[in-house]
Design a binder for this molecule. Structure first.
Ligand code: SF4
Length: 142
């Protein structure tokens, strides 16, 4: 786990990629910026470009069709950068793992710094894990 905390201080920008998700993880991630969980209050924001992002979150099992786009997104990010597996599919515990299209998780494509477990992870858990990363904590292991 790279020490990004001292650099991030109290602001962290997140670029998210759906790599074959059922969209459950995206629904929960979208909720973190709403008025209930209000992630911006904690210095967290979701951005549209990888060039603006400190952290790449990825959901889904990382299908073969998405692997190349995911690598290009990662390359477009500046250094230092973190990669987070959002949800059990990206963590390699996908119910569709091993099917003709599904991959075996994010770890097969990119180096994973932290995992946010759950199917899907609840919004408050997503905020908690991202805040921990922002503070320089290791988060959940890859
Ligand atoms: S972890 Fe669950 S909610 Fe998230 S993409 Fe996989 S099946 Fe869907």
């Amino acid at each position: 786990m790279r020490a990004l905390g001292p650099l991030l201080r109290r602001s962290m920008h997140v670029r998210h990629v759906d790599a074959g998700s059922c969209n459950g993880c995206e629904s929960e991630l979208a909720a973190i910026t709403g008025p209930v969980y209000d992630a911006q209050r904690h210095g967290l924001d979701i951005v549209a470009s990888p060039r603006h992002a400190d952290v790449l979150t990825v959901s889904g099992p990382v299908t073969r069709q998405m692997a190349g786009a995911l690598r290009r997104t990662h390359e477009a990010m500046g250094e230092p950068r973190l990669v987070v597996a959002l949800g059990d599919c990206a963590a390699g515990r996908c119910p569709f793992r091993g099917s003709y299209a599904a991959g075996t998780g994010l770890g097969a494509v990119l180096p994973v710094d932290a995992t946010i477990p759950g199917c899907p992870p609840a919004p408050d858990e997503i905020v908690r894990h991202l805040r921990r990363l922002m503070a320089g904590g290791a988060g959940s292991g890859p």
